[in-house]
Design a protein. Structure first.
Length: 70
């Protein structure tokens, strides 16, 4: 994605025990070089790698956090 002075910056929200929340649409390049995209207005990217829909977050991190808190 080329940057130009007229492009507005994308906002990324970092959560301590959760996903990266990004303003969409986005394209994500995976380790193997493939590209996946989403046209949603807000996208949650998995940072814990527990998601069955990786790189998209499916809230799998919540189950793990609750069990460790008990």
């Amino acid at each position: 994605m080329p940057n130009s002075p007229s492009d507005t910056p994308r906002r990324i929200t970092v959560r301590r025990q959760g996903p990266l929340l990004m303003e969409g649409p986005v394209e994500v390049e995976l380790e193997d070089g493939t590209t996946v995209s989403s046209d949603r207005f807000r996208v949650a990217l998995c940072t814990c790698r527990r998601s069955r829909r990786y790189p998209w977050c499916d809230t799998s991190h919540r189950d793990r956090a609750r069990r460790s808190d008990e």
